[in-house]
Design a protein around this ligand. Sequence first.
Ligand code: AQP
Length: 332
Amino acid sequence: MKTIVSGIQPSGRLTLGNYLGAIKNFVNIQENMEYDAFFVFIADLHAITVPKEPLLLRQSVRKLAALYLACGLNPEKVTLFIQSEVHEHAELGYLLQTISYIGELERMTQYKDKKIKQVDGVSSALLTYPVLMAGDILLYNASYVPVGQDQKQHLELTKILADRFNYRFGETFITPEPLITKIGAKIMSLQDPTKKMSKSDPLEKASIYLDDNEAAIRKKIASAITDSDGKIKFDPINKPGISNLLSIMSCCANKPIEELEKAYDGKGYGVFKQAVADSIVSLLVPIQEKYEAILNNKELLDKILDDGAIKASYFAKKNLNKVKKRMGLLRK
Ligand code: AQP
């Protein structure tokens, strides 16, 4: 059985990075890959590893569900659900903590990055986040996990935990592989192109949000940090800003980077930036129109999420029981 699993945290307004690194890939897989089951969830349990205002979180969950659909996920082909509505995620996350070592969790780059930003203390859940993520994947015995580049390290840990569990308790889990897009796997901040674009970045103009209007998109691209040599060339080490804009345009317009380099050779950054903005606007405006309609259709959204939770729970329960039996936990 070939199963695919992925999720996104409802931890704020989604960025173009989340779309190009993750959602676009989900839609592509949905349309072009053969699979038996594809689970896409809203990772609300991950979102609360850093403090969240409850009302805002509830809104963000619905918004993310609407956005998934607006971007093209088809509930007939993909099981869409909210992570906390399938309680087996938290349960398997705990069971896997018993075979995870604190040292290996402390080495995770995302933990180190997020830890320093916490003002009211670091929750233990932030440390164990990758173990919950391993649980999300192993719960469905996923073969593939479409993610952006930044999640690769967590995927490596998932593989280690799957192998460790299999070694200790007998063959139980498939070792999952990441599915990472070639271009767009790491979209960088517009204001610091050495840092990834992130929904929790407090600097508004560093990110294009999927709900940004045309004027905001044009303004942010116009003020994106570049360099002074005037050449439109893909060179992430020496020209991170221009390379990031080339990656963005390549993904948004579905054109190879080399073709863009040729087309804008000698045209200057002003003209190029305008074209980058055009490509983003053309991509996002239709998504935004669909998004509003879906978000306002409360009944439809609830039905899709209810059905998704029922279906995911069915698979999750079966696999979790198997895991518990292996560990000597189930009486019957
Ligand atoms: N800049 C990015 N470029 C490409 N892919 C990206 N992803 C995130 N940022 C980029 C991918 O989006 C998916 C969802 O990520 P997540 O919400 O689970 O958490 P994250 O990776 O931590 O994303 P953010 O936007 O940086 O969220 P915050 O700020 O809340 O931590 C993943 O597949 C990720 O790789």
